[in-house]
Write a protein that binds this ligand. Structure first.
Ligand code: ADP
Ligand code: MG
Length: 387
């Protein structure tokens, strides 16, 4: 097993299309890393470059400590699973799974042992004699996964492998892939355009837009602290509310006078606030806050999402299921004081002063404390062995 290290990756196709603009990525050994981004942002091309199915225009790819730039796919010891399962229709499930091992001339008894073990893991032992045409989509995808597992590769690359499954099966398989990956401890790069899938699967998520990485972080970091307007508008259901604000003393002021706490770094003009639906609340008309009108309600059972028109700005507000509002109601929107909005520079699209938790100031705190303890004479005097 091995980590994957990508530096300055760029891929321009012969027709001039730049699929990957610039990508730096450090994926740790054993990590489940999700590359998330909209269709056409360069996810598949990135994976194909890692796999050696495509050659990058420039940049370096390392698998473990091996620079693999010039190596062909077959020399990289990586298994890739595609959105379309690409099983051989004339071969049984067993022979499909065994295929990569036979291609490597692995001994027959060893092939049998490893096929049986992979099939066991994916609970498809009783399907091994069937041809793909006699298997459901979900079963075919299990065969494709087993075929990837059977090689015990350095890393797995998964390109939207669950897209063609129905919603329920997709959730089951997602959980299963997560467990399998954890059990095997094999590095995995999983590509998806589905932010819910990314949030639930990834140890970390890398958000890609137009061939560039917008942000890398743990799912909750990315949710709480989107680093860019693009990330803020992409992650979360609903995504963050984004609207223009101006500074007014210690407050930020949005549509219809909606007041938000002002983070210290938010100064000047051209500011956009990013506010999660759960950071907003609704009260009756003529109360304190910004007047608006409910234009849509989405009841999710355990909560309700209201879309409120506030001076032409459509804001999503998350409320408990007991909230009384209906479409057309006049309401007042307020921002819960305990949350601080994210603030973005409208020009650069980047967050101001709302550094993700791995902020150097926070990360260095324990370190700084240690140092002050060890140099404090009162403490060092108490050390064992000091007279
Ligand atoms: P994603 O997987 O994120 O949907 P892709 O990596 O498939 O994106 O594609 C990124 C961009 O590169 C798209 O604009 C796509 O049209 C383009 N592209 C992909 N493959 C080729 C190719 N062989 N030749 C030219 N352009 C390509
Ligand atoms: Mg793709």
């Amino acid at each position: 097993m091995a980590g994957i290290h990508i530096e300055g990756l760029r891929k321009q196709f012969p027709d001039g299309t730049v699929a990957v603009e610039h990508l730096d990525l450090e994926i740790a050994d054993g990590e489940l890393f999700v590359l998330l981004g909209p269709s056409g942002c360069g996810k598949t091309t990135t994976l194909r470059c890692i796999a050696g199915l495509e050659h990058q225009t420039s940049g370096d790819i390392r698998i473990g400590d091996q620079l693999v730039n010039g190596r062909r796919a077959g020399e990289r010891d990586i298994a890739m699973v595609f959105q379309f399962y690409a099983l051989y229709p004339h071969l049984s499930a067993r022979d499909n799974i065994a295929f990569p091992l036979r291609a490597q001339s692995v001994a027959a008894s060893e092939v049998e042992r490893r096929v049986a073990a992979s099939a066991e893991m994916l609970k498809i032992t009783d399907l091994l004699d069937r041809k793909p045409s006699r298997l459901s989509g979900g079963e075919q995808q299990r065969i494709a996964l087993a075929r990837a597992l059977v090689r015990a590769p350095q890393a797995f690359l998964m390109d939207e492998p669950l897209t063609n499954l129905d919603a329920e099966l997709r959730i089951d398989m997602r959980t299963e892939i997560k467990h399998l990956q954890a059990e095997l401890g094999t590095t995995m790069v999983y590509v998806t355009h589905d932010q819910v899938e990314a949030m639930s699967l990834g140890d970390r998520i890398g958000i890609v837009n137009n061939g560039r990485l917008e942000q890398v972080g743990a799912p909750l970091d990315v949710y709480r602290n989107p680093a860019t307007l693009f990330a803020a508008g992409f992650i979360g259901t609903p995504p963050m509310n984004l609207f223009d604000v101006r500074v007014d003393g210690q407050a930020l002021v949005g549509p219809a006078g909606l007041r938000l706490p002002r983070p210290a770094a938010a100064t000047g003009t051209g500011l956009v606030a990013g506010v999660r639906a759960e950071w907003l609340g609704l009260v009756g008309p003529d109360d304190d806050g910004a007047p608006g009108q409910v234009v849509a309600t989405e009841s999710l059972g355990d909560e309700t999402i209201y879309v409120v028109d506030v001076e032409g700005e459509l804001l999503s507000v998350r409320e408990p299921p007991t909230a009384p509002w209906r479409d057309g109601d006049a309401v007042t929107v307020h921002h819960h004081a305990r949350f601080e909005p994210r603030v973005y520079d409208s020009e650069s699209g980047r967050a101001l002063g709302t550094e993700p938790p791995e902020d150097p100031a926070e990360a260095s705190t324990p370190d700084a404390t240690d140092r002050s303890v060890s140099t404090d004479p009162a403490h060092s005097g108490a050390d064992a062995g000091t007279p």
